[in-house]
Design a protein around this ligand. Structure first.
Ligand code: NAD
Ligand code: GLY
Length: 361
């Protein structure tokens, strides 16, 4: 088993990475827990609900299963409230523990619910998509979407542990694997040129879910994310680089309507756009833009963005948590393995959108 430690002012906890972790969830429930709420969705419940429940049952605690509708379109207030309804109806107290069993949507909503239910109860992340295993379950960002902007309502709230069962990736559709790989390669691009190169060299093994390659990619991603979050839990500076490609990507997601493109697909395409912008204003080599485009295509994500119209692109990108005083801030690279946050002239943005948007004849 690989273990990565996350240390933040808001809480320190282990990330355990191994096949079969799902069958050992009882080991992660704090001894003083009074009850367990297993929050999941019907897709994940059908595959892994019974196994997770069987493991949790060994604690001898009452278990309440809460199934939320599946999908990004349900990451909203109405669905969040279903968690509170169940917790209150079942009279779970403030020593109850919430367990998020699912992808990033379930993890983000369960974490947010845990952060505000009775002013805060403990929760465990059990991420079942590659994207959630390498990114969303780590670092304590929780949120729901608003029709006007992605992840706009949420909190920073750390889990008590992250339990990554690498076996569960076997049932994940190929498109979801590609989306998760977008977040994996992101870490190389912003923080670790050697890891970027390793991803280029191992992309087919990763897409085929070759066990050693996947285990290494998950561990390295978690290590890199833990390093950043450990230095800047609440995104007062450094942590913003983890949003590479997200300013463009979030505009795609909210501009097309949540769920049309997967989050990871939008981030993958957004990284190509960020690479183009980095070349335009930050000296990023054109040969490296091509490497980014080729690796994003090789993991199976789109490299051309949808045509939302320039004005709409700009107004969508303004609704971003990195925007301050009416200015959009982009994560840009001077070279592979380094990143920083900058504002850019509108003219440069216009040129990049012209080059990266798929126009219909
Ligand atoms: P998701 O949660 O919608 O899961 C994708 C699909 O896979 C769903 O239909 C789900 O039911 C299904 N699924 C999950 N596990 C499965 C399995 N093992 N086998 C088969 N199907 C399975 O999407 P996601 O890509 O995991 O997460 C995207 C969300 O994460 C977005 O809302 C994004 O904003 C958020 N996110 C948050 C952070 C953060 O730091 N909190 C970081 C990145 C992304
Ligand atoms: N996914 C970006 C972050 O956690 O900060």
């Amino acid at each position: 088993m690989n273990t990565v430690e996350v240390e933040t002012p808001g809480g320190s906890y282990p990330i355990h990475i191994a096949p079969g972790r799902l069958d050992r969830l009882d080991e992660c429930i704090p001894a003083d827990a009074t009850a367990i709420a297993l929050v999941t969705n019907p897709t994940v419940a059908a595959l892994y609900g019974a196994r997770a429940e069987a493991a949790l049952a060994r604690t001898g605690r009452k278990i309440v299963r809460i199934e939320l509708p599946d999908g990004e379109t349900h990451k909203d207030w109405q669905t969040l409230n279903l968690i509170f309804d169940a917790l209150l109806e079942q009279r779970l107290d403030r020593r109850a523990v919430l367990v998020a069993l699912g992808g990033g949507v379930i993890g983000d909503m369960t974490g947010f619910a845990a952060s505000v239910y009775m002013r805060g109860v403990r929760f465990l992340q059990v991420p079942t998509t590659l994207l959630a295993q390498v990114d969303s379950s780590v670092g304590g960002k929780t949120a729901i979407n608003h029709p006007l902007g992605k992840n706009m309502i949420g909190s920073f709230y750390q889990p008590v542990a992250v339990e990554i069962d690498t076996d569960v990736l076997a049932t994940l559709p190929a498109r979801e694997i590609s989306a998760g790989l977008a977040e994996v390669i992101k870490y190389g691009l912003i923080l670790d040129a050697a890891f970027w190169q390793w991803c280029e060299d191992n992309v087919q093994a990763l897409r085929a879910l070759q066990p050693e390659a996947v285990a290494y990619a998950i561990r390295r991603s978690c290590e890199l994310k833990a390093q950043v979050v450990g230095k800047d839990e609440r995104e007062s500076g450094l942590r913003a680089i983890l949003n590479l490609g997200h300013t463009f990507g979030h505009a795609i997601e909210s501009g097309l309507g949540y769920g049309q493109w997967l989050h990871g697909e939008a981030v993958g395409c957004g990284m190509v756009q960020a690479a183009e912008l980095s070349a335009e204003v930050h000296g990023f080599a054109l040969a490296d833009v091509q490497r980014v485009r080729e690796l994003v295509a090789a993991i199976g994500c789109p490299v051309m963005a949808p045509d939302l119209g320039f004005e709409r692109w700009v107004s969508l990108m303004m609704v971003d948590k990195k925007s301050t005083a009416g200015e959009i801030h982009f994560v840009l690279m001077p070279r592979i393995g380094q990143a920083e946050t900058r504002t850019v002239p509108h003219a440069a943005l216009g040129k990049v959108l012209e080059r990266t948007v798929q126009t219909t004849p």
